[in-house]
Write a protein that binds this ligand. Structure first.
Ligand SMILES: C[S@@+](CC[C@H](N)C(=O)[O-])C[C@H]1O[C@@H](n2cnc3c(N)ncnc32)[C@H](O)[C@@H]1O
Length: 229
């Protein structure tokens, strides 16, 4: 399987947003002990070349959710539950994490891992197109998190932005796309994906209802907060 998230695959001009030595240093500071199931999930990602957010971004997601006292989160593109683990950990006992993924095998693995981690009771995992599952789910959210195929990023932003409560967050991974967003001469691994990410980022930063910021860790994580007034 080609790792389309790799910085260098078919993208010789790739930039690395944060120097690997600096990310290594940041990683060395993370000495919190988490559930051993995380080690298993991370090992599987390496073995299968599966694009999980990994530890530094996971902790970032957990912190964001805790900072706004999140109680209800929708995730577009859950894979086998790695990023959901971090969000679920931040939710209180009454919290609800709605996951979505197109592959039922991911749901099965997520159930196994997140049950072992003791957070499955907060997860509501649906199999199918994330955008359709979102439309079938009523109510607003404290956080909408986007990690689907990159060509769909602008559409997911457009549907999610209206259903984030004031003070709530829209978060999306891979918004620097290994530097392709910053160079003229990039090689798109999937035609149109870089353009879609560029449009997604432009839409968010020009939206008067949101304040936005990009954390360059790993492949870039955008956080857009819906203004309260
Ligand atoms: C980048 S991975 C998600 C990784 C996960 N968020 C994590 O960090 O652990 C993207 C996942 O979304 C799924 N996916 C991509 N586009 C989708 C869509 N439009 N609807 C549902 N699932 C989608 C893929 O099957 C894949 O499992």
């Amino acid at each position: 399987m080609i790792d389309i998230y790799s910085p260098t695959v078919q993208n010789p001009s790739a930039l690395v947003p944060v120097d690997p030595a600096i990310e290594g240093y940041m990683r060395s500071l993370v000495n919190q002990t988490d559930h051993p199931v995380l080690i298993e999930m991370e090992a599987l990602a390496r073995q299968k070349n599966f694009p999980i957010v990994d530890r530094l971004v996971g902790i970032f997601l957990e912190t964001q959710a805790k900072m706004i006292n999140a109680r209800r989160i929708f995730e577009f593109g859950s894979g086998y539950g790695y990023s959901a683990y971090w969000f679920a950990k931040a939710l209180g006992v009454e919290g609800e994490m709605i996951c979505s993924d197109g592959d039922s095998r991911n749901q099965e693995m997520a159930e196994k891992y997140l049950s072992t981690a003791g957070v499955w009771n907060k997860i509501n995992f649906h199999v199918g197109l994330a955008q359709e599952i979102f439309m079938q789910t009523s109510g607003d959210f404290d956080i909408c998190y986007n990690d689907v195929d990159k060509g769909d990023y602008p559409d997911v932003w457009k549907m999610a932005r209206d259903r984030i409560r004031p003070g709530g967050l829209y978060i999306a991974d891979n918004v620097l796309w290994h530097g392709r967003v910053a160079v003229e001469d990039f090689t798109d691994i999937v035609p149109g994906w870089t353009e879609a990410i560029l449009e997604h980022n432009r839409l968010i930063f020009s939206d008067p209802l949101f304040d936005a910021f990009i954390n360059p860790t790993r492949d870039g994580v955008i956080v857009a907060r819906r203004k309260t007034a």
